[in-house]
Design a binder for this molecule. Structure first.
Ligand SMILES: [Ca+2]
Length: 395
């Protein structure tokens, strides 16, 4: 099911934006990426309430922070290897803290049923089992769709060349000069030949990285893996409930203390983004899973290392509509809404990555949210899977 069919909106992915930025730099399709990325807001009057289906009115007046209340529910169904039972319960989702970005506010009460979740991000070794067992071809191993790209450009614009429309993905590449922090295409390089087996391009491989999280996987790839594994992607609410580890009103998955060079607590970025990475935490890119302490539920890397895909569409203004109600098992909105990227349908990512630091992103906090187009793999994006407790797996 394509997003275009759901919304009637044209579709532009982050993958395409960076391809086109690269093409424009070579003299093709000039200015398209800039005009679309900075583009106009969609008309809100034409947009139906996207959360009408996932709101359940239980009680008023619950917007303030309250303690996490864990259900008594014990593990339901059989555990799959590497999964941890999360009992579910009621918690405060989002934040009212000054650390939070607007899409994390306001804090509101949410209930989730018990569920299973992987204790670690899906590793390269595990993803290899999937590919070798099914012959699955990831998004990054297929050429970009010329028709889809050209449907977004001004008539008469010269198309990319065949040499530019080859399989590839986006690789974080420090620009080496001061480029500011506003234009992500300055440090995301469209790299032919980059894919999960070659995360930084054809010259890289997975030697010694079997226990690192798989990267360069699109949302579609992650969902396909989950179906194969008898699992599913977690909802955004499940992910945050799990990330908080039973804590309440804490800015980090481990509690209150900000990470420091001496006590990094997670694989994030130290130094001045995007050119100086001191790797004081020991890792300039991905780290083996379980390199840092687990949270209160026994889950690793819920902060940093790689962003993790969730099942939900991303709606930047979702929480503002969850007023004075307890939201029960929210599956997310029926479509994505982000006025800053009106042409880019996006799925939720959570947890931040090895590229996060306080000067640029700071989204390694449990309430932090982020959206990315579902066909876009990047060198700092992976996933972990969930499974409903005692219920058939729902896809
Ligand atoms: Ca690091």
């Amino acid at each position: 099911m394509s997003h275009r069919k759901q919304t009637g909106q044209p579709r532009t992915s982050i993958r395409q934006i960076v391809i086109l930025a690269a093409v424009a730099a070579g003299g093709f399709v000039a200015a398209f990426a800039v005009t679309k990325y900075s583009g106009q807001s969609s008309s809100r009057s034409e947009v139906p309430d996207p959360v009408a289906a996932d709101r359940t009115s239980v009680a008023p007046g619950k917007r303030q922070f309250g303690p996490t209340q864990l259900n008594d529910a014990g593990p339901a169904g059989d555990a799959l290897p590497g999964m941890v039972w999360i009992p579910g319960g009621e918690f405060t989702m989002g934040t009212n803290s000054e650390l939070g970005w607007p899409d994390e506010k306001p804090a509101h009460r949410v209930q989730v049923d018990g569920f299973w979740i992987d204790s670690t991000e899906v590793t390269n070794a595990r993803f290899r089992e999937f590919v070798e067992g099914t012959g699955y071809v990831t998004t990054a191993e297929k050429p970009p769709d010329l028709d889809e790209i050209m449907s977004q450009v001004e008539p008469g614009t010269a198309p990319p060349t065949k040499e530019q429309l080859v399989p590839g993905s986006l690789v974080f590449t420090p620009p080496g000069v001061n480029v500011g922090l506003r234009d992500f295409s300055q440090w995301w390089k469209w790299t032919p030949g980059a894919n999960w087996k070659h995360p930084e391009g054809p010259g890289s491989d997975l030697a010694g990285r079997d226990d690192h999280p798989v990267v360069q996987v699109s949302w579609d790839d992650a969902a396909a893996f989950a179906r194969w594994a008898g699992q599913r992607l977690p909802t955004e609410a499940e992910w945050e409930f799990a990330a908080r580890g039973g804590l309440s009103d804490k800015p980090y998955v481990w509690g209150d203390a900000p990470p420091t060079d001496k006590a990094p607590r997670a694989n994030i970025w130290q130094g001045s983004f995007p050119n100086e990475n001191t790797a004081a935490d020991g890792f300039a890119r991905t780290a083996p899973v379980k390199s840092f302490a687990a949270n209160g539920f026994g889950l690793y890397d819920m902060a940093g290392n790689v962003w993790e895909w969730c099942s939900d569409w991303y709606d930047r203004e979702l929480y503002g509509r969850r007023v004075d109600e307890i939201v029960v098992n929210p599956p997310g909105p029926s479509r994505s809404i982000d006025p800053s990227r009106p042409f880019t349908p996006q799925r939720v990512q959570r947890g931040g990555s090895f590229l996060c630091n306080d000067s640029y992103c700071s989204r390694y906090r449990p309430s932090a949210r982020h959206g990315s187009s579902p066909d876009t793999g990047m060198s700092h994006v992976g996933f972990r899977c969930a499974k409903s407790g005692g219920q058939p797996v729902v896809h």
